[in-house]
Design a protein around this ligand. Structure first.
Ligand SMILES: [Fe+2]
Length: 272
């Protein structure tokens, strides 16, 4: 009897392995197809960058591990990206991990379908050159299969937030987080209550102004940070991007990254 049970378990494992391999091939084809259209999207969604980081900001990044730039894009350009983000709120994946995070996220793959201007921002050579100038080394987009390489984070319900965390690095090279604030407002005017905070080496906390059109660049694996819970009527939308000096990874780090992504995109992140 037990031989039949062992044979049945082995057959099920083999079947699951075959299904997983087939699914991974399908996913690679899908992502490659999406990536093949990026040159057209870049051409059709030009950016108007208003603020240029200078050597002073690069020195600040080397010293602090984080910098912010006000009024980064032209108002029209920002409005266009914000419009895409707001129009895609219904497509976002809600997430809730008690005491850690609550909010909605539009994945990298869905951004290809619903927010081509945001996609173009991430892949723009002009943006990558500016980030490279700030961090002092060439940077590259993280892999297409990493749904957090580019995402839109939306906090619009009371209590949406993310608690203290590092942005762990699953790649060979140094890893940088870039946030472009698309919206940050309270119902009664002014900024939302969802302030971006970072913890300083002396243990005190510093609030960072992330008014709409602010670009924040930081090395998330070294900067402990959080976003404070929103109040009723707040709206906070961030275009969240990751770049890496060397985006190669190992299967173990890839698996760890997928486990982390289940917090944003659910259990499918393990095999998708
Ligand atoms: Fe983070």
């Amino acid at each position: 009897m037990w031989r039949w049970a062992v044979a049945a378990i082995m057959a099920i494992c083999l079947l699951l392995l075959v299904l997983l391999v087939r699914h991974r091939r399908y996913r690679r084809r899908t992502l490659a197809s999406l990536a093949s259209n990026r040159a057209d999207w870049l051409r059709d969604h030009p950016l108007t960058i208003v603020a240029d980081p200078d050597e002073t900001l690069a020195a600040e990044f080397a010293r602090e591990g984080i910098v912010r730039i006000d009024r980064f894009l032209s108002p029209q350009c920002l409005q266009s990206l914000r419009g895409e983000a707001e129009a895609s709120i219904d497509q976002m994946t809600p997430s809730f991990i008690p005491t850690h995070k609550k909010g909605r996220t539009l994945s990298y793959e869905k951004i290809h379908h619903y927010a081509p201007g945001c996609l173009s921002f991430y892949h723009s050579p002009e943006i990558q050159q500016r980030i490279a100038g700030l961090v002092g080394m060439p940077v590259f987009p993280t892999p297409d299969g990493d749904q957090s390489s580019l995402s839109i984070l939306c906090y619009k319900e009371k209590g949406d937030h993310i608690n203290w965390h590092y942005d762990h690095n699953f790649y060979r090279g140094r890893h940088f987080t870039v946030l472009l604030s698309l919206a940050n407002e309270a119902a009664s005017g002014g900024l939302s209550q969802s302030t971006l905070m970072r913890r300083l080496p002396d243990g005190t906390d510093q609030a960072l102004d992330t008014s709409a059109n602010t670009l924040v660049v930081f090395e998330g694996a070294r900067v402990l940070h959080r976003a404070y819970p929103t109040a009723e009527g707040d709206l906070r939308i961030m275009l969240s991007m990751t770049y890496c000096a060397d985006p190669r990874t190992s299967w173990l780090k890839e698996f760890a990254r997928r486990i982390k992504d289940t917090a944003f995109y659910g259990i499918r992140a393990l095999w998708d």
